[in-house]
Design a binder for this molecule. Structure first.
Ligand code: BG6
Ligand code: BG6
Ligand code: GLC
Ligand code: GLC
Length: 917
């Protein structure tokens, strides 16, 4: 009995002595609670640094956006391939995420070796090897005939700008293949897979193992929002608020951030706690100076740390009687599994003896006790450090959510965590101590990170399918060069029909003679009134032209025309116009002045002289009754008479295209074409009299108002019209009419966009599938909004704000799609304008028998003026379709009122001359 007590006493004493000895030697490896709190605070600061746009470049903890935005919601489904590369084992898997409703995941997998010559050889050989393994797997599983989406778990730091891309920042752990750093590993793998003609896979997602782990655990526990790996390497990810992620546009929702915490301390932030053993280990590693935090924690290094310590202590005569073996001198001879075995509760001591003996040592009882304690200190420090960093993440999550207490789940994986007997318990305990205001559940990922990677891939594949649908819609608006050439050709044909007496009445492009026969010559002068009706604004103007100096002074006032007047009776409309004139004369102090008036009336009129114009039909937003078929000059005269207050001499009626051409022609005599890209779409040009069969005489030229807006009304461009164009037409005031105008001008582009958005929403591709009242409202996308949305200078958030102003509650993804839709629609419009313009300049060039034509086009209209890309695309298209014409687009700064006044001046002079005759 006494002997037993004596033995026990002896053993306890021995243990105490050994422990004291080791504790003294490893004093620096034991971290107090204060130190851990301090490390936690430092890591919090590191996270902030990594997330900031300006601080990220120099941050050692990279905080990489992963483009994984949501945790699984159970609706994921499908069959996926998965690769899991970078942990201790390389696996290829097939994952079946089954039928909606039932949360059921089935996996089949196969491990493949990763020999050092492959993972540290040539990069392309590494990926070829991976592709070979994949092909082998697909063959054995009978999957060769299938095209499957693939998710790649790649456990190294990668910079991503989208889910299906990852630029390797640097290799870590055991990998060091040449030529891969700074390249896209998805691309590398895709290229390697391409070499296998017999398999077809689509890599849809690249995820870090932490992310895969978090998603795997989140599939079973929706509270899971953190993933931690303590395996070969160590790392963590968590869900961060988008508003805190500077590197990614958008601010709603959350995105998973791969912290890459292994690099914590690479900037010297942990030098005070690193020991001489850590420094020695680092020097002998594949990546000296890098992953310093990881090297104090993870499985690849724990055993090596123990070995270095044992060697040092042996050298100092503190262990093994000062004897060392050659195995103890050999790097890597002690592995983490040995550390775990030595720390086992019951067999630990026996394991220690066996392991040390295998290393060629002859350990005493005391040595074994000491070595066991060394292992404990090393692995405890590891757990402590992990706990401190994890506590920082948990605190951040709690603060983001503005909660006093956080309830959350952390998904865990990695061999250290899984096989070390005490590790999980220690880690949990320290975390709970460091963040007492968090209720943390630690959930071990039983199935590795692949299930989660498959969830991410499932979401990606749904997004891809949706993207394809969106692209299909956008493709309808993409016109090929041939299609544009065809439009140009047909437009040219229509011009000829309109000019010929026999075909004129049937022509959809009416080619209306305007009785404007020359460009201003600079001798025009006088004071004129002008009206400008039919564009966005109705104006009354006073124009003073001084001769010689080509200088013009203008005074104008904008008046509103209420919808009920635009679409009321003709009498009401003209009475309103006269009312506005009266107001203007009053305002200018010109009451009673009898001024000559030029009337810009931007609708198709059949003219028999400069001051007669019969409205053929209303276009755009006008629909006043009793006007079509009437001479609008007469209607205006009668309204003036009805008012019986003043008299005006209406000298000319002018289309806005003609007014614009004249305005520009006053400055540039080369201007022989007028173009409007505004509410409506139209073009006029100077034609040889001999080509105008409707008007007597062959001398000189006359301006033709083409009214090309009606192009296509005979169905000749139906091949490029879409269902959305048809919808817009159906909802317009003049169904079946002005088809080209409805594909090109400001009044309709927004409507086309709206129709597309409604359709995409119906298919669940936008606005969460909800068609709002607002989206049902006609006319919400005015030209100015389209123009703003498409501005290159605008960030996504600003686009989103515009949409919100319009009452459309959109996510950032929605905003991207809306912007693309706007782009497709306006681009087609500009190209169609280009085709039309190319048709006229080519005709003019050929008619004049010129090799090359140089011509100026006067342009006006809000679409042209406000849209950021319209004029460029228009210009490019003309250049492509009419390469022999040098076309200068000249913006009309003064509107068409000035041109109308110039025309009035010329007409007045002619009138006078005729009277004098
Ligand atoms: C596995 C995951 O379970 O754990 C891998 O599937 C991960 O993606 C690995 O990399 C990490 O642990 P270890 O110890 O294998 O590096
Ligand atoms: C104005 C002209 O500048 O532009 C009008 O003065 C013309 O005559 C108008 O109708 C066309 O553009 P919008 O966009 O106002 O229809
Ligand atoms: C290394 C890698 C990291 C990975 C971790 C765990 O730290 O850099 O991406 O998550 O190991 O495998
Ligand atoms: C409509 C009108 C046309 C006008 C154009 C631009 O197409 O019919 O006359 O020039 O709009 O305002």
């Amino acid at each position: 009995m006494f002997a037993v007590h004596l033995m026990a006493f002896y053993f306890t004493k021995l243990k105490e002595d050994q422990i004291k000895k080791v504790d003294r030697f490893l004093y620096h490896m034991r971290l107090s609670d204060e130190t851990l709190l301090d490390i936690m605070a430092r890591f919090q600061a590191e996270m902030q640094k990594g997330l900031g746009k300006d601080t990220n470049p120099t941050a050692s903890v990279k905080m990489l956006p992963t483009f994984v935005r949501a945790i699984p919601d159970g609706s994921e489904k499908g069959e996926f391939l998965s690769l899991d590369l970078g942990g201790s084992k390389f696996r290829v898997l097939k994952v079946q995420v089954s039928e909606e409703g039932k949360r059921n995941v089935q996996m089949e997998s196969q491990f493949y070796p990763t020999p050092n010559e492959i993972i540290r050889g040539n990069g392309s050989e590494l990926f070829e090897y991976v592709a070979d393994c994949l092909a082998d797997f697909m063959k054995t599983k009978g999957l060769k005939h299938k095209k499957l989406p693939l998710g790649l778990t790649f456990s190294f730091p990668c910079r991503q700008t989208k889910l299906e891309e990852g630029i390797l920042i640097s290799w870590t752990k055991k990998f060091k293949a040449r030529g891969v750093q700074d390249t896209d590993v998805v691309d590398c793998l895709a290229k390697a897979i391409k070499k296998h003609k017999d398999i077809d896979v689509d890599i849809l997602a690249l995820v870090n193992d932490t992310v895969g782990t978090m998603m795997t655990c989140a599939y079973d526990d929706p509270y899971c929002e953190v993933g931690v790996i303590i395996g070969t390497g160590t790392n963590a990810c968590y869900m961060e608020d988008m508003s805190n992620i500077d590197l990614v546009e958008g601010d709603e929702g959350r995105m998973c951030i791969n912290t890459e915490w292994g690099a914590f301390g690479d900037d010297g932030a942990l030098e005070d706690i690193r020991t001489e053993f850590d420094r020695e280990l680092d020097l002998g590693s594949l990546n000296p100076g890098k992953q310093l935090f990881e090297k104090m924690i993870s499985g690849l290094y724990l055993g090596e740390l123990v070995r270095i310590i044992l060697l040092k202590m042996a050298k100092a005569g503190l262990l093994f009687d000062g004897k060392k073996s050659s195995a103890l001198h050999t790097k890597g001879k002690i592995e983490t599994r040995h550390v775990a075995a030595m720390e086992k509760y019951k067999e630990g001591l026996a394991n220690t003896r066996e392991i040390l003996t295998d290393l060629g040592l002859e350990p005493s009882e005391a040595d074994c006790i000491a070595v066991q304690h060394i292992c404990t200190i090393v692995s405890f420090r590891s757990a402590n450090l992990c706990a401190a960093a994890l506590a920082a993440i948990l605190t951040r999550l709690r603060e983001n959510k503005k909660l006093v207490r956080l309830r959350t789940t952390v998904g865990m994986d990695g061999t250290v965590y899984k096989i070390h007997p005490q590790y999980p318990k220690r880690l949990h305990k320290v975390v709970r101590k460091l963040v007492p205001n968090c209720d943390v559940r630690f959930l071990l990922s039983e199935s590795g990170s692949t299930k989660g990677a498959a969830m991410v891939t499932a979401v990606a594949s749904r997004v891809q399918a949706q993207r394809k649908q969106i692209d299909k819609v956008l493709a309808l608006f993409q016109l090929t060069q041939e299609q544009l050439k065809a439009v140009q050709g047909k437009m040219r044909t229509e011009f000829e029909y309109g000019l010929k007496r026999d075909t004129h009445l049937l022509a959809t492009v009416k080619m209306l003679p305007t009785y404007v026969c020359g460009m201003p010559d600079g001798t025009e002068k006088g004071k004129f009134l002008a009206l400008d009706l039919g564009g966005t604004n109705f104006r009354v103007l006073l124009v003073k032209i001084r001769s010689g100096r080509r200088s013009v002074r203008m005074y104008n006032k904008i008046f509103a025309i209420p919808l009920e007047i635009m679409q009321g009776t003709g009498e009401e409309l003209f009475d309103h116009i006269v009312q506005c004139i009266a107001d203007f004369l009053d305002y200018m102090g010109l009451k009673g002045a009898q001024l000559p008036l030029g009337f810009t009336f931007s609708f198709p009129c059949r003219q028999t002289s400069i001051d007669k114009g019969t409205l053929i039909e209303w276009t755009k937003g006008f629909k006043a009754t009793d006007c079509e078929g009437e001479d609008v000059v007469d209607m205006l005269r009668e309204a003036i008479k009805r008012r019986n207050e003043f008299d005006l001499d209406i000298v000319a009626i002018v289309n806005d295209t003609v007014g614009t051409m004249m305005t520009c022609g006053h400055e540039d005599p080369n201007c022989e074409i007028g173009l409007i890209a505004g509410t409506g779409s139209n073009m006029c040009y100077m034609e040889e009299m001999k080509n105008i069969e409707l008007v007597e005489g062959d001398e000189g030229k006359m301006c033709i108002n083409t009214e090309w807006g009606g192009f296509g009304d005979n169905g000749c461009i139906d091949d490029i019209r879409t269902q959305y164009d048809e919808k817009v037409d159906e909802g317009s005031l003049n169904p079946g009419k002005q088809r080209y105008e409805k594909m090109t001008s400001g009044m309709y582009l927004g409507e086309i966009v709206r129709q597309i958005l409604i359709d995409l929403t119906k298919h669940g591709l936008l606005f969460r599938g909800q068609i709002s009242e607002r989206l049902r409202t006609r006319g919400i996308f005015e030209t100015k909004f389209l123009s703003q949305i498409e501005s290159d200078r605008l960030a996504l958030l600003q686009v989103r704000r515009i949409l919100q102003q319009l009452g459309l509650d959109s996510t950032c993804e929605d905003s991207i799609v809306v912007k693309e839709v706007c782009g497709a629609v306006s681009r087609r419009a500009a190209q169609l304008y280009g085709a039309g313009l190319a048709a006229i300049v080519e005709k003019r060039r050929e008619d004049q028998g010129l090799e090359n034509l140089k011509v100026t086009v006067g342009v006006d209209g809000t679409l042209y003026k406000l849209h950021p890309h319209f004029s460029r695309i228009l210009q490019e298209t003309v250049k492509e379709l009419a390469p022999r014409c040098d076309v200068t687009l000249m913006l009309s700064e003064d509107g068409s009122g000035k041109g109308a006044a110039l025309i009035t001046a010329v007409a007045k002079r002619l009138q006078q001359a005729q009277k004098e005759k």
